[in-house]
Design a binder for this molecule. Structure first.
Ligand code: SF4
Length: 317
């Protein structure tokens, strides 16, 4: 059970703060209002907090992709060092808050995660890269769940995926803070086995090997990186069916042919897009509870945190 809200950074303009160069905001109600029920939202506007003011001259990235400068377009002022100083101080503040993720405003020269235009008169090809603060954040918090608002707006599946990754990131963070050694890693992995399989079956096996060798140097850190990399992969219907078939395998010897038939009807309905995933999942949940399968009752994939269930329920379609 989640005891405290999960820290989540968000570009302040997405929360409705009028901090854009023109004094406007880019509020997205689900992010500004809906997510605060689940997450401890930390608003950050790099440009205003760096002292560049509101309103301020529009700016853009210029120069080389690997080290672009932040330049005001009309007045040609180079504010790169000012932004760099802000990044250093803000990241020191954020380290104390330990955000598990960040929702950035896309295409901003400060907040865009990728695909931000970088102007370079020496180059004939269009160049893109990351906004300066987003880039610094990703380096400082390599395991954080980092997305742009455009990704979340594009598809409801992306929104569900984001919520799921945030809860896994938080559990990993808690494990690292409270245990962090090798001894607990096997138990951590055991509870996440089907959730990892849901995204990447091969990673589930590799992470299992790392968990089994958790006492060796570097294994815990490698596990954390591999876990978040695996969870970043989109789940598919085929992978979900695969997971549910594995879960079904825990019961099949004890079931009547009628019970088996019911499950397979639900599963096939899901596979062919005629039923939601929650139908075969509910059957598996009921059966695990009925049969008191302690290993399955511990699976986050089958029994998510109630706060996560609530967060998924409030996602707009
Ligand atoms: S995109 Fe980033 S820097 Fe620009 S207004 Fe929004 S929070 Fe501020």
């Amino acid at each position: 059970m989640q005891e405290s809200k999960i820290p989540l950074g968000v570009s302040a303009c997405l929360l409705g703060f009028p901090v854009r160069y023109d004094g406007q905001d880019k509020r997205i109600p689900w992010i500004s209002d809906g997510l605060s029920q689940t997450f401890d939202v930390i608003a950050v506007c790099p440009e205003t907090q760096a002292g560049l003011g509101v309103p301020r001259p529009p700016m853009r990235l210029e120069g080389e992709c690997h080290s672009p400068q932040l330049i005001t377009i009309a007045t040609r002022q180079d504010v790169t060092s000012r932004m760099a100083a802000f990044c250093t101080s803000e990241l020191s503040r954020l380290v104390l808050m330990q955000p598990c993720g960040f929702i950035f405003k896309s295409r901003s020269p400060s907040c865009g995660v990728d695909g931000v235009p970088i102007f370079n008169p020496q180059s004939t090809e269009p160049q893109t890269g990351s906004g300066l603060f987003a880039s610094a954040f990703c380096q400082a918090f390599p395991l954080a769940v980092v997305v742009e608002e455009s990704y979340l707006l594009a598809d409801v599946i992306h929104r569900h995926h984001f919520i799921e990754r945030m809860f896994v990131a938080h559990r990993w963070q808690r494990f690292h803070q409270e245990d962090g050694g090798g001894a607990g890693l096997m138990a951590f992995h055991a509870r996440h086995k089907f959730q990892i399989m849901f995204h990447d079956r091969e990673a589930m096996r590799n992470l299992g090997r790392l968990a089994a060798n958790a006492g060796k140097p570097g294994c815990v850190a490698d596990y954390g990186q591999g876990l978040m990399r695996a969870l970043a992969k989109p789940a598919t219907v085929a992978l979900a069916v695969d997971c549910m078939m594995h879960l079904f395998g825990f019961f099949k010897k004890e079931l009547t042919s009628r019970q088996k038939k019911t499950f397979f009807q639900l599963l096939e309905g899901y596979r062919h897009g005629e039923r939601p995933r929650r139908d075969p999942m509910a059957w598996l949940q009921n059966q695990a509870q009925h049969d008191e399968k302690s290993y399955l009752l511990q699976q986050w994939f089958l029994f998510p945190d109630p706060c996560e269930v609530a967060a998924h329920a409030h996602i707009p379609l």
